[in-house]
Design a protein around this ligand. Structure first.
Ligand code: RB5
Length: 146
């Protein structure tokens, strides 16, 4: 299950992402928004909560740059969000960082490239091994006083 959301700046890219997932029979939940203007942290927190509690396996967050979404997402428990503007990063953030949230900027990447990035992200698995140790170090920085 993939949880997706966007703010107003990326509503049309969200439609493109939704269509790709539909066409490829990939289950997804669309967490909005169709409101304009909208505040990206609201949607980022909703998607990250779904990933954190296991409702979704991964998240896709879209805004103008992808940056506001990623900054918010990386403050959420259990989240490793990566902004990707090309496929190399999408591949390696899965292989090495086990990223579980993909962020993209609708004002940065074209629709065709966004779909390639999404496809790469979803189809690439985590390599494990030495990378797990590094992820454990990274995740140990999370506050545990919840
Ligand atoms: C909205 O104008 C814009 O700030 C937002 O979509 C995003 O790019 C923030 O990081």
């Amino acid at each position: 299950m993939i949880a997706i959301a966007s703010d107003h700046a990326a509503a049309s890219l969200r439609t493109v992402v939704r269509n790709y997932l539909k066409e490829n029979n990939i289950p997804f939940m669309d967490m909005g928004t169709d409101e304009a203007p909208s505040d990206y942290p609201v949607m980022a927190m909703a998607v990250c909560a779904a990933v954190e509690d296991g409702t979704a396996d991964m998240g896709v967050l879209l805004c103008g740059t992808g940056i506001g979404m990623s900054m918010t997402a990386n403050k959420c428990k259990g989240i490793r969000a990566a902004v990707c503007t090309e496929t190399y990063s999408a591949k390696y953030t899965r292989l090495h960082n086990d990223a579980n949230v993909l962020c993209m900027g609708a004002r940065v990447v074209g629709e065709g490239l966004a779909v390639e990035i999404l496809k790469t992200f979803l189809e690439t698995g985590f390599e494990g091994g030495r990378h797990q140790r590094r992820i454990d170090m990274m995740m140990s920085l999370e506050h545990t006083d919840d």
